[in-house]
Every structure is written in C-alpha cells, then in structure tokens.
Design a protein around this ligand. Structure first.
Ligand SMILES: Cc1ncc(COP(=O)(O)O)c(C=O)c1O
Length: 351
C-alpha cells in the first residue's frame, strides 16, 4: 500500500490534549478531574421522538439556563461542554497565523490547545507571584482578538480581582473579546461577571454543567454573549449541538428542585474543602496551599515526588500540572469527607 502524508503540518506538530481521563491512573479515589463525587439520581427520558433529529439549541434548555443565569434566552448558546465554546470562539475570531489570544498561565490548558489547532498566536502573560492577573502586561499586547480569563482559575483555585477584570474589559472594548471562563462559578457566585454583560459588548462568559451540577458525563456547557457575538457563533456551531438525552438531562437538572440540590452539594463540598485545608496546615511537608474558592485545591509539598508516590500506592488519583511553577504542587479535587480524610491520613503518615 502506498503511504501518503496529507496532513496539515501545523496539526501534525501537535500533541493531543492530556485530559484527566486520558492520563488515567490506578485506584479507587478519583480526585483528578474536578468532578463532583456524588452519584446522580435516576432520571426518566422520553425516547418517543428519537427517530427525529433533536431541536436546534435546544430552545427549552437555553431558556432554562437563561432563567438560571439571569439572562435572555437569545444570550445563551448550549454546546457540548465549555470546551466547545472555547473552540468556537477561536474558530470564529482568530485568523490562522495572524490573530492572537492572551492566556495567563498557569491556567486551563484548552485555550492553548484550541489556539494551536486554529494556528492562532498564543501570548502568555503569566499570573503574578500571588496568582493574580498582570494587568499592565496584558494591556501592552497587540494583535489580540481574545483574552481568556479563567475566573476562578484552574488549577490555582483562586479568583481574580474584579477591578482588574473590569480594567481589561474597558481597555479591550471595540478591540478584542474578553472571555471569562466561569466553569467553577457556582462555588463562588458573587465573583460572576454576567451582570456586566449589559455594560460590555465584548464580554463573553463560558459556563458548564460538568462541575457543580455534577454532569461531567453528560458534557453540556454554555456560551453567554450579546447579539454581535451570537451572530458569529451561529455561523460556526454544528447543527444539533446537543444530543437529545443530554438536553433532557440538562433541562431536568435546571428545575427548581435540582438547582436547590446543586446548591446544597456546593455548600457541602465547600465545607469539606475548608476542613481539608485546615488539616493540611498541620502537615509539616506542606509548604503552601493556594486559597481556593472552587472544588479543588492546589497544594505545594517539600517532597512532591514522595507524596505523589504515596498517594498513587494508596490508590488516590490526583493531578500534577505540567507547568514550571507547579513542579512541587499537586491539585486535589474535593471528594467526599471520607476520601479527603484518607488523603490527610496518607500525608500525615508520610510526614
Ligand atoms: C476552567 C475550565 N473550563 C472548561 C472546562 C471544560 O468544561 P466542559 O466539561 O464543559 O467541557 C474545564 C474542565 O475541567 C475547566 O476546568
């Protein structure tokens, strides 16, 4: 057989994104993907229309999410996860080889991955020493179409100063979109920028049901934006973005009882996180715990390698982040009380 290589050279040069599932691991305690540890309750699905394509949108899901987020339905686009929203923004706004995006690392890896696929320039303006946005350096960049701000930030778990974000939004008005990734916003709702959408045409918010709603397996996310951005998004989004089973589950998860349960579980996780952080303070090998407003915590160790080995041996799958500033850190998703007690027990034994 004749071997031919037709691949696009800049794609051929890429490495596939190493998601938590791809990295994998061995063990019973999964604390690596910022998922909720509580199993979902059974739901009923109406399959009678499954011989037809699903509704575009679907309108009911977008309307339900709009009511939840305090927006109009035409400001909501339901997608296959927040990741699809990030990808569509890159494709709609960045010309390959010409336009750029700003990211502030350490941050969520998919901004860079989607930019690489689109062959957009990536300008990294690293976070400051205390993991805040370096505003003067961000404002000094040129040729930018999208500024990605993950608030609260993954993997550090902290939120950014609101005034800094507003300064960036004001500066880039008419020049670039500022995309706020609010994947973890339910854990700190007061930090949301959605209320600023009336003031800024260039503000885009990305959300997901994979985290606080506990629906990572259903993979539904949302892009929230004003009309000019939505016009562009409709041009690049796939037909029937949500499969109907996902749409039905998303819809049921946005009713009053379900959002109440979500809020209870968010509260529970926040309490477990705070107790976990208190317990970490007593472990001599812990050199720093970044203040988290999310369902995960970034912890630095004196002897990170030995800690990682001890966790792995005990069947705890956490996450190491491939970033030079985080070589001594491990990110722990907050699991159940028992799971976090187990982590503390392992760390104490090691110390
Ligand atoms: C900051 C951030 N944004 C987006 C996502 C992806 O969300 P989704 O599961 O909706 O694609 C994640 C997942 O870990 C995330 O941490």
């Amino acid at each position: 057989m004749k071997k031919i290589n037709l691949s696009n050279p800049h794609i051929e040069a890429l490495e596939p994104y190493m998601s938590a599932r791809r990295i994998g691991g061995k063990g019973e305690v999964w604390l690596n993907a910022n998922e909720l540890p509580f199993p979902r309750q059974p739901m009923s699905l109406d399959v009678s229309d499954y011989h037809r394509y699903p509704d575009e949108g679907p309108d009911l899901v977008q309307a339900a999410y709009a009511a939840y987020a305090g927006l109009q339905p035409d400001q909501v686009l339901a997608l296959r996860g927040a990741d699809e929203a990030i990808d569509l923004l890159l494709r709609a706004y960045c010309r390959a080889g010409t336009d750029g995006i700003i990211i502030s690392t350490p941050t969520y890896g998919m901004y860079q991955v989607c930019a690489n696929i689109q062959n957009a320039n990536v300008i990294d303006v690293p976070l400051t020493e205390n993991y805040q946005l370096d505003v003067p350096s961000i404002l000094a960049q040129e040729g930018i179409k999208l500024v990605f701000i993950c608030n609260p930030n993954n993997p550090t778990g902290n939120s950014f100063n609101r005034e800094d974000i507003l300064t960036i939004l004001r500066f880039f008005e008419g020049r670039a979109l500022v995309v706020i990734d609010e994947a973890y916003i339910e854990f700190c709702p007061g930090e949301s920028l959605v209320s600023e959408m009336v003031n800024f045409e260039n503000l885009v918010v990305v959300r997901t049901m994979s985290k606080a709603f506990g629906l990572a397996g259903v993979h539904v996310g949302y892009l929230l934006a004003n009309e000019t951005v939505m016009v562009m998004m409709r041009k690049v989004s796939a037909p029937y973005p949500l499969a109907d089973p996902c749409a039905q589950i998303a819809l049921q998860s946005l009713n009053e009882n379900a959002t109440q349960l979500m809020n209870q579980q968010v509260h529970q996780i926040s309490q477990i996180r705070d107790s976990f952080c208190e317990a970490l303070a007593d472990i001599p090998d812990v050199t720093n715990v970044v203040h988290s407003v999310t369902n995960f915590v970034l912890v630095f160790f004196g002897n990170n390698e030995a800690t990682w080995e001890a966790l792995t041996e005990a069947g705890v799958v956490a996450r190491r982040i491939p970033h030079s500033r985080l070589a001594e850190a491990i990110r722990f998703t907050i699991g159940t009380t028992e799971q976090m007690a187990m982590v503390i027990h392992i760390l104490k034994r090691l110390s």
